[in-house]
Design a protein around this ligand. Sequence first.
Ligand code: SF4
Length: 337
Amino acid sequence: MTSPELKLKQLPSWQQELGQLMTDPAELVHHLKLGRQWLAPAIAAAKLFPLRATRSYVQRIAPGRPDDPLLRQILPLQAELKTDKGYSADPLGEQRANPVPGLIHKYHGRVLLVAAPQCAINCRYCFRRHFDYKSNTPSRQQWQQAIDYIRQHPSIDEVILSGGDPLVLADKPLAWLVEQLASIQHVQRLRIHSRLPIVLPQRLTAQLLSLLQHNRMHCVVVVHCNHPKEINDEVASALLSLKHHGLTTLNQSVLLKGVNDCSSTLVDLSKRLFELGVLPYYLHALDKIVGAAHFEVAEPEIKNLYRSLLRELPGYLVPKLVREVQGAQSKVAISCD
Ligand code: SF4
């Protein structure tokens, strides 16, 4: 078991890190010694979906290794310029489930609130890489419409803060939002979907942890980690801090070709997360978003991988294997029988 008191080096504040993201493909290619052939495609693909990555994340990538599993998640590639059959700009049909700006209501009992229009990292496979953030840019006025909608629908007992990434919000607007939601008696659970504990672990400040711990709702944090190499000492410490504040913490991963399509990687990931107080929750098949087809793992391979996880891990460490299907009332389990 890892000690919660890991000795951490002095890090920049999360706001400083967020202000110094790596956004220039030339800097990434040069910094990681990738060779000039990677530059022109990276520039072209970044025009469609910009490069964004925290410096802390980039430091975890091995230089001179274009196949590094962390690099593959952030490096814009020529393959993103293709439109493959079966891939679309809105594979989950979110635009049709958008009753008021900034709110997605697809499933019974829960809604998703777009709390922030950007992330600290742009994952190249992101299912919202073409999301209309311009019409869904959060502001207090827009949140008010969403809050009114939630207040008028007593069947909603869970609100998911998503984005973008809700934790790129400063504490003050986030605290306002949490307070507003806590004032709606039928909202029992607040779920925070965030990749920041993995890519910008300094974000889990004492103030934020206290906000999540001390409110009327039961708070669940769902992090997004795809590979054990993403978990350095700072991330480990951040995840343990969630546990020590009594926050239920789950992980969702996306199964990605060339990143984590290997049973030993997924087994190691589940075990490491559990050491840090995080339960594996979902393993998602790729959403068919234009520009991400090169990450797709073929269905028979998905099933073989999953059978290996079932053999090698105790049941509570096996994430549910699911895919999103447009129009379905929940995520759909992929059967491996
Ligand atoms: S952190 Fe999540 S929402 Fe943001 S780019 Fe990555 S997958 Fe998309």
